[in-house]
Design a protein around this ligand. Structure first.
Ligand SMILES: Nc1ncnc2c1ncn2[C@@H]1O[C@H](COP(=O)(O)OP(=O)(O)OP(=O)(O)O)[C@@H](O)[C@H]1O
Length: 426
């Protein structure tokens, strides 16, 4: 490898919904890859171990075009529904395979991966063991020449030109709130209500409107006499995913947050013009005030937050304004005002219209009960940047000339192992 000074770095944000990969110094990732992929056995039969399927890249083929894959395809996600990438039970080889696929789309020549240092965006909550294991996989299996593990919330702050702020990241699997003070991440708080949850919630609205479960795309255009066989043959993971994305497409177009509070009976909401949405099978449904319900789940509005869906799935979930206040109040008193004056919105789920004013309003309502003088400011980059905020921060940081000394080179890794990683990427 040439000197790390001379080279563009590769920046990868390996999220639970999508993997964003690109070059440092650029304003958008070159490649977006779905993190859920189809897994097909090369010998035609998937072998289940005692603890479920153990993925081995040697025996399995990865299908990235889920919509185009047969319905019998098993879908897997390296997060496996957890907070961190599952690096056990074959999850490491699944992660490696998806990483390799991203790199082969980015570089014509896969050997280029070994020519560029990698800034890998990691969760703030990731443990030292998780970071060490991640580094081992990236150096040993992915053959990278140098690494920096950047904390996601810190990178999101940098993307907004700040080193202090409270980052509210509404991602796929969850919403995470992390105070960052002068470039150091404090303890995060997390709610399971993220983009996937909102997708399912919006899907339940569509089901109610349609008066029956909405048919996902793979069933919608099929003759009704063939549907039950197709559903029987479909893998449950495939069917559930295709239903979820049906909710997702509609949510991204229609869902909104009521900027200044919500009441289903408020006159302004009652007179709202209904929006017509075409379901995959061609039937149309009219969405009125329901377009606000999904966003309300984030803010814990009583009638919505106590809906069956939230209870069935999680029991309860903290509204984001409470997460912001609790996370800030856990920080030293003299940091609190500056944290609240920079609440940074990040992640795809935070692109829902109306969220900026509402988050400020709800957070101020709590804060002013204690400290009336304090102001809450929400910093929200344009949605094109907000959905890639942590990737963008990584891209900026890795392109700074002074960043060179932060890379952990393969040589350092070989000599110092985990200690070198944890020292340079705290
Ligand atoms: N314009 C939009 N409006 C509403 N939601 C959106 C919009 N764009 C993307 N999303 C949602 O963002 C979510 C994915 O967010 P993001 O890409 O930040 O997740 P991730 O980083 O892969 O996941 P995680 O943070 O859990 O690792 C999806 O649920 C998607 O529907």
């Amino acid at each position: 490898m040439n000197d790390t000074n001379d080279l563009l770095a590769t920046v990868v944000d390996f999220g639970s919904s999508s993997v964003k990969s690109g070059h440092s110094g650029e304003s958008t990732p070159r490649v977006f890859l779905n993190s859920s992929v189809g897994v097909k056995a090369k010998n035609g039969k998937l072998d289940s171990g005692e603890n479920g399927l153990v993925f081995t890249s040697k025996n399995h083929e990865i299908l990235t075009d889920i919509g185009g894959a047969p319905a019998s395809t098993l879908l897997m996600n390296p997060y496996g529904g957890g907070d961190d990438i599952d690096l056990t039970n074959g999850g490491d080889s699944l992660m490696t395979k998806i990483f390799d696929l991203s790199m082969s789309e980015m570089f014509q020549d896969s050997s280029s991966v070994s020519d560029h240092p990698l800034l890998f965006i990691d969760r703030c909550s990731s443990s030292p063991d998780q970071r060490t294991k991640l580094a081992e996989i990236l150096f040993e299996s992915c053959k990278i020449p140098a690494l920096f593990l950047g904390r996601d919330a810190v990178m999101s702050c940098y993307a907004c030109g700040r080193s202090t702020g409270v980052v509210v990241d509404v991602g796929g699997s969850s919403t995470t709130v992390t105070p960052v003070f002068e470039g150091w991440a404090e303890s995060s708080l997390r709610s399971p209500v993220g983009g996937n949850f909102m997708d399912d919630h919006f899907l339940s609205i569509l089901d109610k409107k349609a008066g029956k479960p909405v048919l996902p795309r793979y069933l919608a255009k099929v003759d009704s006499s063939k549907r039950s066989k197709l559903i029987n043959d479909a893998d449950p993971s495939y069917h559930a995913y295709m239903r979820m994305v049906t909710g997702r497409y509609a949510k991204e177009i229609i869902a909104k947050v009521a900027s200044f509070g919500y009441s289903p009976t408020s006159p302004s909401h009652e007179t709202l013009i209904k929006q017509t949405y075409a379901l995959p099978d061609g039937t149309s449904v009219d969405i009125g005030t329901e377009r606000y319900d999904t966003g309300e789940v984030l803010f814990g509005h009583e009638s919505v937050a106590r809906s069956e869906l939230v209870h069935d799935t999680f029991g309860s979930s903290d509204p984001i304004q409470n997460l912001v206040c609790d996370a800030v109040f856990a920080c030293p008193r003299d940091h609190q005002a500056s944290l609240l004056s920079t609440v940074v919105l990040s992640g795809g789920g935070s692109c829902i219209p109306g969220i900026v004013d509402r988050l400020r309003l709800e957070t101020e309502n709590i804060i002013h009960a204690h400290t009336p003088g304090w102001r809450v400011k929400v910093l929200a980059p344009a949605t094109t940047e907000r959905r890639i905020c942590s990737w963008l921060g990584g891209s900026i940081v890795a392109s700074l000339s002074g960043f060179t000394e932060n890379w952990v080179t393969k040589k350092e890794y070989d000599e110092q192992g985990a200690a070198g990683i944890l020292r340079k990427c705290p």
